[in-house]
Design a protein around this ligand. Structure first.
Ligand SMILES: Cc1ncc(COP(=O)(O)O)c(C=O)c1O
Length: 493
């Protein structure tokens, strides 16, 4: 017994993990893996301490924890034993099955899950040079952010510890309501705002609210894959609507003659091609929605970064008939790991959306919300956005110049009025964007193939190249590598 024990236990005196915790975990694993059998008597704590070269208190602490969790039992007068009450399914199975081996079996999956299985890439999302939605992270004011978090959490209000309203913290909803009115002309009472886990959750709620299985839902083509997958996930049918120089083509949508109750679009900065919808088309769109009893999901994911042209007020702010579901995100203006997005809903739909949200995941975690409310109302967010807008404008100019200089023979690329990425069209149709994307990815350049964002045919061949999160200093070497990859694909085609 003593031999088995000594060979199983190896304590690291340099580790930051306390010795008693290391001993507890190693004994527990040895029991669960069957190296120490049920009913076995353990040596005395004094003996074990000597053998392992630790204090007796260390062993006592570990034994206490094992006893509290039911792995050990103490029998008066005869010592400490490994419990024979450990559930069978835990024993020796621990370690197994942790890395799922592929099983060859048919899944009785729903149609929507089968569709998603085919279309979804669930590999961890990596950000790096040229990632389209990646903001500059090193210049985020982490000092202020940490101070605001600590202000709320050193001595948290009692209510933080007992839950959060379904729609999120009222302070944050108030701060957002004022911020959105000032910056995007969004009209809302704080109660109309739901704080969610990224704008992705907002898309889910809106689609769930409007789509029955099999229903058509209109979306831009090319468009945001997050919307398409959400529609498929709800069992509805994404219907591609072409994008023209003003974004979502209302004319093309009308020509479809479909009873779609919802159209999803990004009028301030269409994703990924980038046009901004004119005021005239916005008004036509609102009129169409009103006359035909349709609803519009407005994805306003990055409109804060506008470099030219007048910012147009949001569709929601122009709406007089409460037809718009307005979706925003903190992923681009702060950082996407925050997972905070929001949804502004018409007053008569508030209760229904709260009920949908409650059934999905209860409410958002309170942890960052009070600090985020202060970050917004204290002017930190606007200050950071102002700084980033100047930085990104400069980055865009530099990237555009370098692409024209070094890749001009392969790519046709023009300035964007807004956003965080450039759209570069590939001149030679034989040079496929998917092949360029694959080669670039192997080399750590995380641009995206434009054709992948199309779903209705007539895909354009091009590259979506992010500039916001890539420093100007890095750019010449990165663009040189891109030129090399374009040449390799062209030579092979
Ligand atoms: C068009 C569009 N909408 C929304 C988002 C933001 O998504 P989330 O808030 O879920 O991070 C992105 C991010 O890439 C996007 O490109």
């Amino acid at each position: 017994m003593k031999q088995i024990l000594l060979s199983t236990i190896s304590l690291d005196h340099q580790s930051r993990d306390p010795l008693h915790r290391q001993l507890f975990l190693q004994l527990r694993d040895a029991i669960l893996q069957g190296a120490l059998l049920a009913g076995t008597r353990l040596p005395s704590t004094r003996l074990m301490a000597t053998d392992l070269g630790v204090s007796r208190n260390t062993v006592l602490n570990a034994f206490d924890q094992l006893m509290a969790e039911g792995y050990l039992v103490s029998r008066a007068g005869s010592g400490t034993f490994i419990s024979d009450q450990i559930p069978d399914e835990l024993l020796s199975k621990m370690g197994e099955g942790r890395t799922a081996s592929p099983l060859n079996r048919d899944f009785p999956l729903s149609y929507q899950a089968q569709d998603l299985k085919k279309s979804s890439d669930t590999k961890p999302y990596h950000n790096g040079p040229f990632s389209p939605g990646l903001p500059e992270l090193d210049q985020f004011p982490f000092g202020d952010w940490a101070r605001l978090l600590a202000r709320h959490w050193r001595h948290p209000k009692r209510e933080y510890l007992t839950g959060n309203p379904i729609g999120g913290s009222l302070e944050l909803r108030k701060a957002l309501s004022t911020y959105l009115a000032q910056t995007r002309a969004v009209k809302s009472d704080p109660e109309q705002i739901l704080i969610l886990s990224g704008s992705q959750q907002a898309l889910h709620l809106v689609v769930k609210a409007f789509a029955n299985p099999g229903d058509p839902i209109l979306m831009e083509d090319p468009g945001y894959p997050g919307i398409r997958n959400t529609i498929i996930g709800a069992g509805a049918k994404p219907i591609p609507v072409p994008v023209d120089a003003e974004g979502f083509s209302l004319e093309a949508a009308k020509a479809l003659h479909l009873p779609a109750r919802l159209a999803c679009l990004a009028p301030s900065h269409q994703y990924p091609l980038g046009p901004t919808m004119s005021l005239a088309r916005r008004l036509d769109l609102l009129n169409w929605a009103k006359e035909e009893n349709r609803f519009l999901l407005e994805d306003d994911y990055d409109s804060e970064y506008r470099y030219a042209g007048r910012p147009l007020s949001s569709l929601q702010g122009l709406d007089t008939d409460q037809r718009v579901l307005y979706v925003g995100s903190m992923s681009k203006v702060m950082f996407s790991g925050l997972r905070v997005g929001y949804l502004v809903v018409p007053p008569d739909l508030v209760d229904m959306f709260l009920a949908l949200r409650r059934d999905m995941d209860g409410h958002s975690p309170i942890t960052v919300e009070p600090a985020l409310a202060d970050f917004i109302s204290g002017g930190y967010l606007s200050g950071h956005i102002r700084k980033m807008r100047i930085l990104y404008e400069q980055r865009q100019k530099t990237l555009l110049r370098l692409l024209q200089e070094m890749c001009g023979g392969y790519l046709e690329v023009a300035e964007q009025e807004a956003g965080m990425h450039l759209v570069a069209f590939i001149r030679n149709p034989k040079v496929k964007d998917i092949a360029v994307e694959a080669l670039c990815r192997q080399d750590g350049l995380l641009l995206r193939a434009l054709s992948k964002f199309y779903h209705g045919g007539n895909a354009q061949n091009g590259l979506i190249i992010g500039f916001a999160g890539t420093s100007e200093k890095q750019m010449p070497a990165l663009v040189r590598r891109l030129a090399q990859h374009l040449k390799t694909v062209q030579d092979a085609s």
